[in-house]
Design a protein around this ligand. Structure first.
Ligand SMILES: [Zn+2]
Length: 90
């Protein structure tokens, strides 16, 4: 929401909605057992959280039509990445 407020103020709700919908990328958790494990690192484990896909998500930032999707996915992967760090942030 902060990013949308800073960069896309006139289309704030559209940008937030699209970025929020990129959380659907977590549907790949449904393929895992258990579906949610608080101690699991999502990056590299779930099919849509593979590092090989990260350049694709970054490339989405280039084109205006996919930019919000790219922003949502990049933010998502960065935040999920915090769970994988040996340093505890919380
Ligand atoms: Zn995720």
């Amino acid at each position: 929401m902060l990013l949308a407020g800073l960069l896309w103020r006139r289309r704030f709700y559209q940008a937030v909605t699209v970025m929020w919908m990129t959380m659907l990328v977590d549907l790949d958790h449904l393929l895992a057992t258990p579906i949610y494990d608080p101690n699991r690192c999502s990056i590299g484990f779930h099919p849509l959280h593979q590092p090989l896909l990260f350049p694709v998500y970054l490339a989405f930032l280039i084109w205006p039509k996919t930019r919000w999707v790219g922003a949502g996915l990049v933010i998502h992967m960065v935040l999920d990445g915090f769970d994988c760090s040996p340093i505890r942030f919380y």
